[in-house]
Structures are given as structure tokens and as C-alpha cells.
Design a protein around this ligand. Structure first.
Ligand code: GDP
Length: 295
């Protein structure tokens, strides 16, 4: 499934490069390679670095040269390697608190369920808190997923106070020996102020409960939106104190290169990637594996 996902990204990148023909590796060709890399969502810095290496190395001066692909793969891996970090459950005393943010449709609900499943498989006691009280549907959907994943969920009414739900959830988590509390939050990019107020209220509540946290603030991004995903990092990084990313829908998109651009521009840890709609479709992010599939 992972291979299938990045296959289209890879086809697009190699297609872009192959489209340049088999001419000598002169300045004009190097320009075109750089453009092809940028058009494949890899980001300008990585593209420039690859260009530089190609301009100084010894190649067959032919686009068929496998050495070019090797350079591309190596540079992609270098960038991804700096951000590929599995989520670590370190919060002590328990629970370790993870806030999850992301715009509607990004795959936030599904990612929370997948994450709960993954952590449960690692023998952690997991609880969900339905802090996205903005939409009744969101509360219902999360409850359905919680049941499927076999984890408890604390929720309130639509339009209710998210911080109140977090308060209740932390108390219950502490009482029942839960290791990880995953909190869904309303991802209203269109109303930044409200989201920020809500997050600071949650932080205050956690502080009152003596939880030195949230331990993680995960931003869920839809890879198929390409550059748009990058602008969401820009907005949320500072305002919401994002500590790490999960990129979803990498199965079947040709825009997987956006992972590289995100890594290069923001350097935020990428904890996992979504490669399908099912419970088991959240994967730890392996830089070497991804780089080798892409190029
Ligand atoms: P939310 O509005 O951000 O909570 O998004 P949802 O979790 O409801 O997901 C929106 C849609 O994207 C649903 O149809 C999900 O099944 C789908 N989705 C989420 N993650 C992935 C993924 O990694 N791959 C694919 N193919 N679909 C996904």
C-alpha cells in the first residue's frame, strides 16, 4: 500500500525528468531538472541542492543515467531523515496528552482512530476526548471510531466547552490509569482567533490539573492538497504551537513530494503517514523507504 501510494508520486517525478530527453547535462538541462523537481512538489531548496550536486558530480551527461536518480533519492532521504520521528509517549505522570488539530476533511478523525489503534497495539491504554464540539457530526463520528478501536471516549454536547471535556477526560484518565489521552479539537482555520482561544483554554485547564502538557500538538494535513498543506503548516505552526505532523492520503496521490517540501521548509517532526481509510492504515514514517520509492 505504501509503495502503491508513492508510486504515483514517483511516476510523476520520473516522468517529469524523463520528459527532458537525453541531451547533455548542460546548464539548460540542469535548469530543467531543477524545475521538474519543483514541479514534483519537492520544494525549492531540495531542488537547488540536487541541481548543485548534479552540476559538480561526474555523470553520463545523459538523462538515462541512473546516477541522477541516485542523487535525487539520496537528497530526498537526507531531508526526510531529519524529520522522520516516531511519536514518543513520554508524558509523566500519565496521561500523555496529544492535541490533534487540522481543517475539516484533512483526515483528522480517521487519524485519531488510527493512532488510538496503533498505540493500543503497543499496549498503551488509550482514551479519546471529543473536543471538536463545533459539529455534532464530528462527535458522533469520533464515537463510532472509538467503539471500533475499542477505546473509551469522553464527549459532551454540540457547542459545548472543549476545555471542560478535556478537564473531565484527564480526571477520568488519571483515575483509570490511561496512558495516552488523544484530544480532538475544532480545526477552524477560517476562524484562527477562536481556535487559538480554545487551545489556550485547554492549556490552562491542563495546567490546573498539573499536567505538564500537551505533550504533543499534532497537525493533520491532507497530502493531496499539495502547496495548500504547506500554507496550513505556516498558519498553525506558530499560532497553535504545533509540535509534529501527520500527513494523510498518501495512498494514490501524485503529490507525495510535498512531504519533502514540508520537511525542508518547516523541519517539524513527521510522526506518521496515512496510507488508506482503514484502522491499520497509519504507518510510521521511514525516510529511507520513502526516498527509495520516490526516486
Ligand atoms: P476530518 O473531517 O478531518 O475529521 O476528516 P475524516 O477523518 O472524516 O476524513 C475525511 C475523508 O478522508 C474520509 O472519507 C476518510 O476516509 C478519508 N481519509 C482519511 N485519511 C485517509 C488516508 O490516509 N487515505 C485515504 N485514501 N483516505 C483517507
Amino acid at each position: 500500500k505504501l509503495l502503491g501510494g508513492f508510486k504515483r508520486t514517483s511516476d510523476r517525478l520520473l516522468g517529469n525528468l524523463a520528459g527532458l530527453g537525453t541531451g547533455p547535462l548542460d546548464r539548460a538541462t540542469l535548469d530543467e531538472i531543477e524545475e521538474a523537481l519543483i514541479a514534483s512538489d519537492l520544494g525549492p531548496q531540495t531542488a537547488a541542492r540536487i541541481r548543485h550536486r548534479l552540476s559538480t558530480g561526474v555523470f553520463e551527461r545523459d538523462m538515462e543515467d541512473l546516477g541522477i536518480r541516485l542523487v535525487v533519492a539520496e537528497e530526498i532521504e537526507k531531508v526526510l531523515d531529519t524529520v522522520a520521528k516516531p511519536l514518543e509517549i513520554t508524558g509523566f505522570p500519565r496521561p500523555h496528552v496529544i492535541l490533534v488539530i487540522g481543517v475539516n476533511g484533512s483526515g483528522k478523525t480517521t487519524t485519531i482512530a488510527k493512532l488510538a489503534h496503533l498505540l493500543k497495539e503497543q499496549d498503551y491504554g488509550v482514551m479519546l476526548a471529543a473536543g471538536d464540539t463545533f459539529r455534532a457530526a464530528a462527535i458522533g463520528q469520533l464515537a463510532t471510531w472509538a467503539e471500533r478501536a475499542g477505546v473509551p471516549i469522553i464527549s459532551g454536547k454540540e457547542g459545548g466547552d472543549a476545555a471542560g471535556i478535556v478537564y473531565e477526560a484527564v480526571k477520568q484518565a488519571t483515575a483509570t490509569g490511561i496512558d495516552v489521552l488523544i484530544v480532538d479539537t475544532a480545526g477552524r482555520l477560517q476562524n484562527k482567533r477562536e481556535l487559538m482561544d480554545e487551545l489556550s483554554k485547554i492549556r490552562r485547564v491542563l495546567g490546573r490539573l498539573n499536567v505538564d502538557s500537551p505533550h504533543d500538538v499534532l497537525l493533520v494535513l491532507d497530502a493531496t492538497t499539495g502547496q495548500n498543506a504547506l500554507s496550513q503548516i505556516e498558519v498553525f505552526k506558530k499560532d497553535a504551537g504545533v509540535t509534529g505532523l501527520v500527513m494523510t492520503k498518501l495512498d494514490g496521490t501524485a503529490r507525495g513530494g510535498v512531504l519533502v517540501a514540508a520537511a525542508e521548509q518547516y523541519g517539524l517532526p513527521i510522526h506518521a503517514i496515512g496510507v488508506g481509510e482503514g484502522m491499520g492504515d497509519l504507518r510510521p514514517f521511514d525516510a529511507n523507504e520513502v526516498a527509495r520509492i520516490i526516486a
